[in-house]
Design a binder for this molecule. Structure first.
Ligand code: XMP
Length: 305
């Protein structure tokens, strides 16, 4: 386990060392990893840091509003509305790895534009240890690692939590006094809801995934999963009212894990599963079926793509 008392001053000293008098931007996603990276960098270099949050259109329900509220202590938080650009770049892309690369590249382009405006030479990221291992081992390119384009217009990338596991990052978050909504937040993948829709990313599928994820998070909260969400995995026939519909199939996943490297599908009770099913099919007219994923990791991964 990380010794937070020595980790925090060492991480801050390293950030100061790397960045010197230059300006930097931090890619804030609202998740615990980038929040801790932002808080460390803010303490280390103060107003040389600009925090940038890119709304990709692939975020959780209400996330953008929540971020703006939670991070108003980072004076000058920039919220970039890039939804249209992301959907345009993703149009027609169906291969999971290509999706990740398209998203990684678009993220960097957004930051480069912001960096030019603030004359930032460094990009701070919340990459953690499992992200690096999985990208290096080629299990998946985590968008903030393996998905980086080859030409990145920064003098350097600073990754202060690169050697930590998720539970260690949470411990540092608590020690830094970050609000519990952040410190205890469920992990959310960098490429967002794009990896929770199988195949092409369209606004319609993403909206189904967003609303379904919200319902799943609410209904499973008392069971304290490590991660719980829903993914849009295809289409199937159903009957709604008097009509046959060819609607989306939503697959619910709830897992227990320590670090995301391995995971066990959670054994949810029937009442919870049925409540999730009836809320999702009741709220979303275009969903015909709800399934539950009982696969552990391995052989599955936690996310769908
Ligand atoms: P997988 O799907 O690889 O996920 O079993 C393991 C954990 O990592 C999260 N995940 C990501 N996190 N960038 C991230 O920052 C990514 O590209 C990414 N892909 C997956 C996933 O939500 C799970 O917690």
């Amino acid at each position: 386990m990380v010794d937070v008392d020595s980790f925090i001053p060492e991480a801050k000293a390293e950030i100061e060392d790397q960045i010197g008098d230059a300006n930097a931007i931090i890619a804030l996603s609202g998740g615990v990893d980038s929040s801790v990276a932002a808080a460390l960098a803010h303490e280390a270099i103060g107003d040389q840091l600009t925090a940038v949050y890119v709304d990709t259109g692939l975020m959780r329900k209400g996330e953008t509003e929540e971020i703006a509220e939670t991070f108003d202590f980072l004076e000058g938080l920039e919220i970039v509305h890039a939804e249209e650009r992301f959907f345009e770049e993703l149009s027609g892309v169906t291969d999971p790895e290509e999706k990740r690369h398209v998203i990684g590249e678009q993220f960097i382009r957004e930051f480069e534009r912001e960096a030019k405006e603030t004359d930032a030479k460094y990009l701070v990221q919340g990459t953690i240890y499992p992200d690096r291992i999985e990208s290096e081992g080629n299990i998946k390119s985590h968008h903030n690692v393996g998905g980086l384009p080859e030409v990145v217009d920064f003098d350097g990338i600073v990754e202060p939590v690169r050697d930590l596991y998720k539970d260690e990052v949470r411990e540092v978050a608590r020690a830094l006094g970050l609000e519990s909504v952040i410190a205890e937040r469920m992990p959310f993948p960098g490429p967002g809801l794009a990896v929770r829709v199988v195949g092409e990313v369209t606004p319609e599928k993403v909206e189904v995934a967003r609303e379904s994820c919200h319902i799943v998070e609410e209904e499973t909260a008392e069971h304290e999963p490590w991660q719980a969400f829903a993914a849009v995995i295809g289409k199937a026939t159903g009957v709604k009212g008097d009509n046959r519909v060819h609607g989306w199939v939503v697959c619910v996943r709830s897992v227990e894990s320590r670090d995301g490297m391995t995971a066990r599908a959670q054994q949810l009770d029937w009442d919870t599963l049925q409540r999730i099913q009836s809320r999702i099919t009741g709220t979303l007219d275009n969903v015909s079926r709800v399934a539950y994923d009982v696969t552990h990791k391995p052989p599955a991964t936690i996310e769908y793509e």
